[in-house]
Design a protein around this ligand. Structure first.
Ligand code: M6R
Length: 356
């Protein structure tokens, strides 16, 4: 039930700190967070992971790839489920397939699951719905513990997916005997507080939506490294519910084409949470501002500079997507409200896409 909330989407965004805390509880074992032994074994034995997903879940998969590669040293490929059928990559010797799906019912993903099961491979489903088709038909399931997500635009399920993938990568790294220099359980608790701080300053996001998107016909989201993955999600959120044409891309790609679209007043949202590339993304912002863009820099605390529009709480560098996505969700929500769009049920879209 949405109770006193005007929209499910707003309620679900507000629930995000609680969702992170629930995930910590669900996966904690003593001082650590981990996953079941059979899943650990399957992950540890795989020589390559193939992540299959659609939409927002695909965007979570892009972050998951970085976790498994950077934390656990396991190579990962991420595929859009609808494309996988025609463009099946050459598989490694011991692949493990990971299906990420909030609903567990996405037909494009299921079609891949059926195919890889026929080929005799093992599958792990990361889903919010216990007993869903993708969960039943896979060998293993990791639950998101996000609670029902009703709004078509996925918000709390995305942060849950990213957090659960972090837990799985961290757990398998430990299983493989790797030395880890951070405590994920503690870092996730810091993330929950960071998200809460952003939720508590919603008015600021409403003002940003007003200042940057009120009359916009299009908008761009740029970032580098993990911020690039989050900019794809920011753009999807905005187009899905506000119908403003939006594109997310890597900052370095600007000069390879998209910069031609920058005009006087074009909104450009730039994320600056990744230490190694902060200067580069700020360079990109200068390039678009010189061509008239209305740039909104969202920087992580400790990396902010004079003139940045929003400073978000600092968290472990690998976990930045969990907090940087939240202002983008809220900005999209308010942009859609200003345009009197049906926030929870955008036109032409279904919550779970059960046709291929
Ligand atoms: O239920 P799933 O996670 O498999 O759904 C995948 C996409 O249909 C979904 O993420 C979609 O992109 C959302 N509406 C995005 O907000």
């Amino acid at each position: 039930e949405k109770g006193t909330y005007p929209h499910y989407m707003l309620k679900e965004m507000d629930e995000q700190p609680t969702v992170i805390r629930k995930i910590i509880q669900a996966y904690e074992q003593g001082e650590d967070v981990t996953v079941d032994a059979d899943i650990l074994k399957a992950l540890a034995e795989a020589d390559r992971l193939y992540i299959i997903a659609a939409g927002t879940s695909y965007h979570a998969g892009l972050i998951g790839k970085q976790y498994f590669e950077k934390i656990a040293g396991i190579p990962v490929e991420v595929h859009i489920s609808s494309e996988f059928g025609y463009n099946m990559p050459l598989l490694s010797k011991k692949p493990l397939f990971i299906f990420i799906s909030q609903s567990g019912e996405t037909a494009d993903s299921r079609q891949v699951l059926v195919k890889i099961k026929e080929l005799g491979y093992k599958a792990l489903t990361v889903t919010n719905v216990q007993g869903s088709t993708l969960s039943r038909e896979a060998d293993y399931t990791l639950l998101l513990h996000a609670g029902p997500e009703i709004a078509v635009a996925s918000t709390k399920a995305y942060v849950a997916q990213v957090a659960v993938l972090a837990v799985a990568a961290y757990a398998v790294a430990k299983q493989l005997g790797m030395e880890l220099d951070f405590d994920l359980k503690q870092e996730l608790a810091i993330v929950a507080n960071g998200i809460q701080t952003i939720i508590d300053s919603k008015d600021e996001m409403e003002q940003i939506a007003e200042d940057y998107l009120k009359i916009a016909r299009n908008a761009f989201f740029i970032g580098r490294n993990m911020d690039f993955c989050v900019s794809l999600e920011g753009a999807l959120k905005l187009k899905e519910i506000s119908y403003i044409q939006a594109e997310g891309f890597a900052g370095g790609e600007l000069k390879h084409g998209t910069i031609a679209l920058i005009e006087e007043g074009t909104p450009v949202f730039a994320l600056a949470t990744q230490k190694g590339v902060a200067l580069n993304i700020r360079g990109n912002v200068k390039e678009v501002v010189a061509r008239g863009a209305n740039a909104c820099i969202i920087a992580m605390e400790g990396m902010e500079e004079e003139g940045d529009r929003l400073v978000i709480p600092s968290v472990h560098e690998l976990l930045t997507p969990l907090v940087s996505v939240v202002p983008l969700q809220l900005i999209s929500y308010y942009a859609a409200l200003h345009r009197r769009c049906d926030v929870d049920k955008p036109r032409n879209l279904a919550k779970s896409v059960t046709v291929e």
